[in-house]
Design a protein around this ligand. Structure first.
Ligand code: HEC
Length: 158
């Protein structure tokens, strides 16, 4: 069988090259991709909380639908499975592109408590954002606080 004139031996050689390339990727790519993905998730959080904060500060007019959408986005992001994004060894000591502190992975670090406090604050914002501006403002403090608590404990000081 010949595909694009390569022939069986050529195909086998190509497959072997792909396997080697795959092995190289398996060594080099995962931490890089995992760190980029989790930072992207964080940027998405910042983007959406930015919409809510602008309304709370009066920099943007209160818009119930837009506020609800931003809160729903935060909830949808938080509902994604993120277990692949935080493998041990992906902290900033071995990966200069990361600002995550190794303390996060330490036994008893309390990272899951911080994550669940954040989930609660997101749920409260989801219930408040589309109601009225006062409700949004009341929910923003705890939400921003939950971001900050986790960063203070587990991220290089900015
Ligand atoms: C449970 C812990 C936790 C919570 C909650 C959390 N973060 Fe983060 N965040 C981190 C860690 C850890 C990093 C560092 C990730 C890295 O560089 O590998 C980070 C990084 C970031 C970054 C920098 C991303 C980059 O490109 O380097 C931004 C922006 C950010 N977070 C925004 C937020 C916002 C906004 C919220 C709340 C709406 C939030 N985070 C909630 C732990 C958290």
């Amino acid at each position: 069988m010949r595909i694009f004139g390569i022939g069986r031996t050529g195909l086998a050689a190509l497959a072997a090259t792909a396997l080697v390339a795959g092995a190289v990727l398996a060594q080099d790519a995962p931490f890089g991709m995992q760190i980029a993905a989790r930072q992207g998730m964080m940027a998405y959080r910042a983007l959406n909380i930015g919409v809510l904060a602008a309304m709370a500060k009066g920099e943007a007019p209160y818009d119930a639908a837009a506020a609800q959408k931003a809160a729903d986005n935060l909830a949808a992001q938080d509902a994604l499975d993120q277990s692949m994004l935080w493998p041990p060894g992906s902290d900033n000591s071995a990966n200069p592109e990361s600002t995550a502190l190794a303390a996060m992975w330490a036994e008893g670090s309390g990272i899951m408590d911080k994550a669940s406090a954040y989930a609660d604050a997101v749920a409260a914002m989801q219930a408040a954002a589309g109601k009225d501006l006062d409700s949004l403002r009341a929910a923003l403090g705890p939400l921003g606080g939950a971001c900050g608590d986790c960063h203070k404990a587990f991220r290089v000081a900015q």
